[in-house]
Design a protein around this ligand. Structure first.
Ligand code: UDX
Length: 454
C-alpha cells in the first residue's frame, strides 16, 4: 500500500473501546491511517490502557475514567461501559478543547474515530463541532442482528423461549434464535439499552467496518440500502498495516519453539479470547477431550478465565501426563504467529470477530464454540455460510470434543474444510491488493476524511 501525500498536520483522534478485541482493531486502523499520512492521537481509558511504547509514532492521551476496583470487578461489562461513557465525557471534552485551542505540539484534529461502544465521543465531537466516524469492530452481519433485536422484541420473539431456539429468525437467515447476539454480560434490559446506544449514529459522518466485501456481500448490500452515511469495509485490519503488538497481556513466545517440533497441520490451537469464561467442569471436559483426541494441542488458559481458579491448578489428576506427552499450555499466546505456523491444523475458538478474521486469513479451519454476543453470529457464518468450521453446541462434553478434533485433523472431512479455508484465504488476499475492495475502500476513506475539513 503506497503512502499518499497527505500532510502530517492532519490529525485523527482515535477512541478505542477498552477491551483487547476493541483496542487491537482501533490501533491497527491508526497504523493504517498513519501509513496514509495522517498523524494519530489515541485517547484511551486508564483501565486497560494500551502500551504507548509499541506505537512510537502515535500520541497517547489518557482519559481519567474514575473507575474504582469495585466498578471493574463486580459490575457486568455492560454496566462498566455505561460508567465509562459517563465518566470520560468531560475529560475528553476538556482535553480536546485544549488541544484545539493550542495546537502545538499537537496539530489540527480533523476528525474523531470512535469505537461504537464509546458513544460519548459523538456527543463530544458534536459539542466541539468536529466531524466523527464510527468504527465497528464486529461483522456487518452481527451489526444487522444487533439492530434487529428491538424489532424482534416488539414482535414478541424476545425474551427467547426454549422451544423456539432452533428456529430460523425471520429476515435473518441463516441465524437461528439461539444465534442472536444477546449478551451474557448483563440483563436483557441492559443489553437492549446498550444496543440502542451503540446503534445511534447521531451526527457521525460514516461507519468503518473491520470486514471484507467478499465475506458478507448480502449483509453489506442490505445495510447500504438503508444507510444514511457512507460505509467503508477496510478489513482485515491486521493485514492492512505492518504488525506491531497491541496485546494487553504479555505474550508467551516460547510456544512457537514448541510448535516448531510438531508435524505440519497436526496441532489443535485452543483459545477463547480475552473475555470468555468457563467453569471447572468445562475445563475438565476440555482437558480430557484434548487428551483423548491423541493430537498435539496448544491451549491458552487465560488467568482468571476459569471460575474458582487462579489458573490451571484445578486441572484433572492424570491430565498432566497428557500435557507432557502431547500438549503445551500458556497464559496468552502470540495468536497471529501461532495461526500462521504450519503446524497448526485447527483453531478451537470462541469465534470473537478478531479471532475469526485471523483464522480465515491463515486458512485454518475452526471448531466453533461461541460464548456470548456477536460470537454466536460469527460461529453460524463460519459453520453454515463459509463452511470452514464445525459447531460445538450444547454442554461441553469430552467425547464430542474428541470427535470434532478428529473429524478435522484426521478424517477426509477435515481436508475438504481446509481446502475451503485455503480458498477463502486467497480471496481475502485479493481484497488487499492494489485494486482489491479493502484497499479501494481505504483510499475512499482517506479521501473522505480529507473532505471533511473543506
Ligand atoms: C470481543 C468479542 O468477542 C468480539 O467478537 C468483538 O468483536 C470484540 O470484542 P474477544 O472476546 O477478546 O473480543 O475476542 P476476539 O475478537 O477474538 O479478540 C481477541 C484478540 O486477542 C485477538 O486479536 C487475538 O489474536 C488476541 N489473542 C487472544 C492473543 O493475542 N493471544 C491469545 O492467547 C488469545
Amino acid at each position: 500500500m503506497g503512502k499518499q501525500s497527505t500532510k502530517r498536520s492532519q490529525r485523527v483522534l482515535l477512541i478505542p473501546g477498552p477491551f483487547q478485541g476493541h483496542i487491537t482493531p482501533m490501533l491497527e486502523l491508526g497504523t493504517t491511517l498513519h501509513s496514509k499520512g495522517f498523524s494519530i492521537t489515541v485517547a484511551h481509558t486508564i483501565f486497560n490502557s494500551p502500551n504507548p511504547s509499541n506505537h512510537p509514532d502515535f500520541v497517547f492521551l489518557p482519559l481519567s475514567d474514575n473507575l474504582s476496583g469495585a466498578d471493574i470487578s463486580s459490575r457486568s461489562l455492560i454496566a462498566l461501559m455505561k460508567t465509562i461513557n459517563t465518566n470520560c465525557q468531560v475529560p475528553l471534552r476538556e482535553s480536546l478543547a485544549q488541544i484545539m485551542e493550542n495546537p502545538e505540539p499537537y496539530d489540527q484534529v480533523v476528525c474523531i474515530i470512535y469505537d461504537t461502544i464509546m458513544p460519548f465521543a459523538e456527543a463530544v465531537a458534536n459539542h466541539l463541532q468536529l466531524p466523527s466516524i464510527i468504527l465497528r469492530t464486529n461483522s456487518v452481519s452481527a451489526t444487522i442482528a444487533y439492530e434487529s433485536l428491538p424489532r424482534l422484541q416488539a414482535a414478541g420473539y424476545i425474551p427467547l423461549q426454549d422451544y423456539m431456539l432452533q428456529d430460523l429468525v425471520p429476515g435473518l437467515q441463516p441465524l437461528r434464535f439461539k444465534d442472536l447476539p444477546i449478551s451474557k454480560f448483563g440483563t436483557l434490559k441492559e443489553s437492549l439499552e446498550m444496543i440502542a446506544d451503540i446503534s445511534h449514529i447521531g451526527t457521525s459522518s460514516a461507519i468503518i467496518w473491520n470486514s471484507v466485501d467478499c465475506l458478507e456481500p448480502s449483509a453489506l448490500a442490505q445495510l447500504k440500502q438503508h444507510s444514511q452515511v457512507p460505509l467503508f469495509t477496510i478489513g482485515p485490519l491486521h493485514k492492512m498495516a505492518p504488525a506491531s503488538s497491541t496485546s494487553l497481556i504479555r505474550e508467551d513466545t516460547n510456544c512457537t519453539a514448541w510448535l516448531d517440533k510438531q508435524a505440519p497441520d497436526s496441532v489443535i490451537y485452543v483459545s477463547l479470547g480475552s473475555l470468555a469464561l468457563m467453569d471447572e467442569k468445562e475445563l475438565a471436559e476440555t482437558a480430557w477431550g484434548l487428551a483423548n483426541s491423541g493430537q498435539p494441542f496448544l491451549w491458552v488458559v487465560r488467568p482468571g478465565s476459569v471460575h474458582g481458579s487462579e489458573w490451571i491448578e484445578n486441572l484433572p489428576e492424570g491430565f498432566k501426563e497428557a500435557i507432557e506427552q502431547k500438549g503445551h499450555i500458556v497464559k496468552w499466546a502470540p495468536q497471529r504467529e501461532v495461526l500462521s505456523h504450519g503446524a497448526v491444523g485447527v483453531f478451537w475458538s470462541h469465534c470473537g470477530w478478531n479471532s475469526t478474521l485471523e483464522s480465515i486469513c491463515e486458512g485454518v479451519p475452526m471448531i466453533c464454540k461461541p460464548y456470548s454476543g456477536d460470537q454466536k453470529v460469527n460461529a453460524r457464518y463460519l459453520t453454515e455460510v463459509w463452511k470452514v468450521g464445525l459447531p460445538l453446541e450444547g454442554v461441553l462434553e469430552r467425547g464430542e470434543i474428541e470427535r470434532a478434533i478428529r473429524r478435522l485433523l484426521v478424517d477426509k472431512e477435515g481436508e475438504e474444510m481446509r481446502q475451503r479455508a485455503t480458498d477463502m484465504r486467497e480471496k481475502l488476499k485479493l481484497s488487499l491488493k492494489r485494486d482489491g475492495s479493502s484497499n479501494n475502500s481505504l483510499n475512499d476513506l482517506t479521501e473522505f476524511i480529507l473532505s471533511l475539513q473543506l
